[in-house]
Write a protein that binds this ligand. Structure first.
Ligand SMILES: C[S@@+](CC[C@H](N)C(=O)[O-])C[C@H]1O[C@@H](n2cnc3c(N)ncnc32)[C@H](O)[C@@H]1O
Length: 265
């Protein structure tokens, strides 16, 4: 039987999908004028056709996650592509259409402890659906940049901001690991340690970020092997752990908890 899109996204994760990203990049929409760095203050342009496509192929949902107060457009069993053959999806694999357990834990932690980000500048690296950046905004962050290398994630984040009655914050779809570092009070990463090479690159980038700018770095992760087995573990302090909702457990091969870690090299 051919793979459905949902099955493919969940089953491929956490395998190495850097190669997938490269293969997909040629299909990224060329018409969206995003990704010019720096992008502070830039409003993201959502093409009407793309907006219609995303609205048609996702469902607004708020249940089944650790943060029912955040509404998101996600891929659910009521969406055509949940069941449809994965190769019929016309864009790169939609990791933004899932609210991953690492992001859920991080968002829950911010909403319960708004002082972590209140009045501060916040970068979310690997935003996906943008829920954690949205949680930071709801918690009073003064400046936010959501970063994801997938341009369609950027569009989904714009829609998700609207859903939550928030003015969209700047979104950058370049790989900032290759760029000069900006200064942030807080950097957030939800479920970003799923690939060994990416984990190594993030570790180096975060070390520099902490050592140069004394940035607070919070990582949400449900105990993926690339995180639990990484040398970064020696420089982490566990802040909180949450029990995952049943539907998140089912979609994530039986993972039962997700934790937030403070990186202090
Ligand atoms: C598993 S998803 C996590 C999304 C979100 N943080 C969450 O927890 O729901 C990982 C995301 O990281 C993005 N990503 C991968 N490599 C990246 C990089 N070098 N810089 C920024 N984003 C990246 C992917 O496109 C994907 O949306």
């Amino acid at each position: 039987m051919a793979l459905s899109l949902h099955w493919k996204v969940c089953a491929l994760f956490p395998r190495n999908f850097c190669s997938l990203r490269r293969a997909a990049s040629s299909r990224d929409l060329p018409l969206i004028p995003w990704g010019h760095y720096p992008c502070r203050g830039v409003r993201c342009f959502l093409h009407p056709e793309m907006k219609a496509f995303l609205e048609e192929n996702t469902e607004v949902t708020s249940g089944g996650s650790l943060t029912p107060e955040i509404q998101l457009r996600l891929l659910t069993p009521r969406c055509k592509f949940w069941w449809e053959r994965a190769d019929l999806w016309p864009y790169s694999d939609p990791y933004w259409a899932v609210y991953w357990p690492g992001g859920q834990a991080l968002s829950r932690y911010l909403l319960d402890n708004p002082d972590i980000v209140k009045g501060k500048s916040v970068l979310e690296l690997g935003s996906g659906c943008g829920a954690t950046a949205i949680a930071a905004k709801m918690s009073g962050a003064s400046r936010i940049l959501a970063n994801d290398i997938d341009p369609i994630a950027g569009m989904a984040i714009t829609l998700n901001c609207e859903l939550n009655q928030l003015n969209p914050f700047p979104i950058l779809t370049k790989n900032i690991l290759d760029l000069k570092q900006d200064t942030w009070d807080v950097v957030l990463l939800g479920d970003m340690f799923y690939d060994q090479d990416l984990a190594d690159a993030l570790h180096q980038w975060l070390k520099k970020c902490f050592q140069t700018h004394k940035t607070q770095i919070l990582i949400g992760d449900p105990g993926r092997p690339q995180f639990s087995g990484h040398s970064i573990q020696n420089q982490l302090h566990r802040v909180v752990e949450y029990s995952l909702p049943e539907s998140t457990r089912q979609d994530n091969n039986g993972l039962t908890t997700s934790a937030v870690w403070d990186f202090q090299p």
